[in-house]
Design a protein around this ligand. Structure first.
Ligand code: SF4
Ligand code: ZN
Length: 433
């Protein structure tokens, strides 16, 4: 069983047979579902996950026959597993996959390929919304705005806008997302400790529409552990892309998720107990969101969509308009473009090679400075310290495929540096061999 990472690296996943018989049949067990004392073979494990999802859908009345269900796909394991299970449990349901291509370099295209392959395999129609086609901008471009260190918050605004639009364009009754147990609990803990009880009350497995034109939002996987979902996806040979968004990789570590997994070492049912306390004891105490009043909305003067904004311009259009003032949104050079530019601007350019040291030592671009590739995930102050003397220079980064060096560029741009990536570095390196 294979899965792909960042459009290139192929990872193998081979579960080792356990020295146990399956708890449900005579086959050799290969897995233990998280938080249980079961030993399961492949088929029984898949059925076990499907049964849990089915129970959630029925218990919370997530959708009914005849309703149009849109599944938001990201290219990753969670939404792929959701689509596969829904299609298997409800083969005649009207289900449609939706993918929003945010134009994020070294991520969106790989994810789109995985989503296209998945929908083809499962025979599910796919609706793609392309941000570059619709708005002429990429999420990456926001590193040139005052939101440079809050790119995820702008991305959230744009995603919500286009998901709402997809509901209308596709006339959906229900939208389903792949949020799982670890997502639910880590978000719950983070909101709880921030005292954000309004957002906490939205962490329900079903959210009814708040105004006309909205769809019901459901999370059929909300009680499935992330690890079980990963195993389901690879055991079912679902096309998934393991690459994560370069902006997400630059945010602080997923503290609560790793804390939850640490707690499992003490008590293997910890996550389920916490979910049960949240659902049974805390959620009933929180007020449900009231439906929004229709008369508090105005059509946006730019896009026409309803907005509660007093300026009559929706928040998505306000964010996108910030980019109209940015003349040069270049973050990457091709090797050829760079060589021409370099020949005329040598004294203002510094080139950094972020490949492994042994490859750097075998040959690099003339004058390139080696930077430890691990620096990209260093603490902010250490990362900044490394580059602080180069503020006035144009910093050019190269690696093997362009992806790692792009992470350096994004991180430096967020700190206000003038950094660029080399898109096809192999050509630049070949040039000097
Ligand atoms: Fe958007 Fe941030 Fe998620 Fe990337 S990590 S897709 S920028 S919200
Ligand atoms: Zn608008």
């Amino acid at each position: 069983m294979k899965y792909i990472k960042c459009g290139a690296e192929v990872f193998e996943f081979k579960p080792k047979p356990l020295f146990k018989t399956c708890s449900y049949c005579e086959e050799r067990a290969i897995l233990r579902p998280e938080g249980t004392s079961l030993y399961l073979c492949k088929d029984c494990f898949l059925k076990f996950c499907e049964k849990r999802v089915n129970e959630n859908i029925i218990k919370y009345k997530m959708f009914s026959e005849g309703e149009r269900v849109g599944v938001f796909l990201s290219g990753g394991k969670d939404s792929a597993t959701l689509l596969a299970i829904l299609k298997k449990l409800f083969p005649t349901q009207n289900i449609i996959g939706i993918y929003l291509n945010l134009g994020i370099r070294y991520y969106s295209e790989y994810a789109q390929s995985a989503v296209e392959e998945l929908c083809k395999k499962l025979e599910v129609p796919l609706h793609i919304i392309d941000l570059v086609e619709r708005e002429g901008v990429r999420i990456d471009d926001f590193v040139f705005t005052s939101f440079k260190d809050k790119v995820c918050s702008v991305c959230g605004v744009i995603k919500r806008y286009y998901f709402t639009k997809a509901v209308k364009e596709l006339n959906l009754d229900v939208i389903a997302t792949g949020h799982h147990l670890d997502d639910t609990l880590s978000t719950m803990l983070s909101l709880f400790f921030n005292g954000d009880f309004i957002s906490l009350s939205r962490l329900r497995p079903v959210l009814p529409p708040l105004h006309a034109g909205q769809a019901k939002k459901v999370k059929p996987l909300f009680s499935l552990p992330e690890l079980d979902i990963f195993h389901y996806a690879v055991l079912s040979d679902l096309p998934i892309e393991g690459c994560s968004c370069p902006h997400g990789e630059l945010t602080p570590a997923k503290f609560w998720k790793s804390w939850l997994n640490d707690m499992l070492k003490e008590d293997k049912t910890f996550k389920f107990r916490l979910l049960s306390i949240f659902m049974k004891k805390l959620l009933p105490l929180l007020p449900k969101e009231e439906p929004e009043k229709e008369d508090g909305f105005y059509p946006c003067q730019v896009c026409g969509e309803p907005t509660p904004s007093k300026s009559h311009i929706c928040v998505k259009c306000r964010r996108v308009s910030l980019l109209q003032k940015v003349e040069d949104k270049r973050l990457e050079w091709t090797a050829e473009e760079f060589l021409t530019y370099y020949s005329q601007n040598r004294d203002k350019i510094l080139v950094f090679d972020v490949r492994e040291k042994e490859d750097y030592e075998k040959g690099t671009f003339p004058s390139a400075i080696w930077v430890d590739p691990n620096l990209v995930s260093a603490e902010e102050k250490d990362f900044f310290k490394h580059f602080k003397n180069y503020r006035r220079k144009e910093l050019i980064f190269l690696c093997y495929s362009g992806r790692l060096s792009y992470l350096f560029v994004l991180r430096l741009r967020k700190l206000g540096f003038n950094a660029y990536n080399i898109k096809n570095p192999e050509k630049l390196l070949q040039k000097i061999d």
